[in-house]
Write a protein that binds this ligand. Sequence first.
Ligand SMILES: C[S@@+](CC[C@H](N)C(=O)[O-])C[C@H]1O[C@@H](n2cnc3c(N)ncnc32)[C@H](O)[C@@H]1O
Length: 308
Amino acid sequence: MTDRTSYHVPILSKETLEYMNCQPGGTYIDATLGGGGHAKMLLNASSPNGFLIGIDRDLDALEIARKTLEEFRERTKLIHGNLKDLKKLCSTLNISKVNGILMDLGISSDQLERSHRGFSFKFPDDPLDMRMDVTIPFTAAEILNKSSESLLRDILLKYGEERWAAAIAREIVHTRKAAPLRIVKDLISAIKRAVPAKARHKRRHMATKTFQALRLYVNDELNSLRKGLEAGLSLLAPGGRMVVISFHSLEDRIVKQTFIAASKKTSLMEGKRFTILTRHPVRPTQNEIMRNPRARSAKLRVLERSMP
Ligand SMILES: C[S@@+](CC[C@H](N)C(=O)[O-])C[C@H]1O[C@@H](n2cnc3c(N)ncnc32)[C@H](O)[C@@H]1O
């Protein structure tokens, strides 16, 4: 990556800002900092003395965010970490309660278009890496070349809901007998051979679901989300809010179910009460989708810890 400024456009930014309800002096977490676009808005809204903890598992994202948030250096702490460890990361800063937590899930435009780590099928010569955090051990290529056919099929089914999972898994195993899959076009060619031409979707690239599945699996995204949401609930101060933006049904289902469960089990949660502020998820306007097509599948949900 050469250009160190973010070109990711924050999604549902006005709605996020309204729901985060930032106040001067408050403490906020952006658990998926990315290029720092949302974080900058939260810091402005909590001026002059709000504090922000920014977390990202991608070292490149942190570097970009550091630049975006330069003017707020005194009131930010940026951490390389996984949101599943939210509680531990906060305790190292001696923080046990916060007034708001934002999770804008998935990957950023910077990762998709500029990281050249194989997240996008638009770059056929990129390596099949797909790690957000390059310090974790397994790349997508290792999963593709070493997993059994049945595991590959299960990954594509569970994390991509890919109808052609069995055929694609079979073709991957067949392909790697000749040579390991190394770069994006190796995988796309295998998918092309597995999915019959007449079954290909007109508007969605035939590799979309396979790429989503591998990315979720490599980065263990759904487990991280489950753990991060639980940790977030335990960190919210009375009146504090958790705002989560998800981009596909697997993520959204986890967010929705966690929020419903939290809002129902008052007595079990040490007397804490939580209220769902978004009966239906907030969606981007047509105008936002036109300006930023990446927003089209976004869903925003908000949970508030009630005042005692
Ligand atoms: C959609 S982007 C966030 C963009 C950001 N809101 C902005 O305005 O620039 C998601 C970011 O979350 C990070 N991320 C995804 N899963 C994570 C996790 N489990 N822990 C920490 N960071 C994560 C990704 O590396 C990526 O940088």
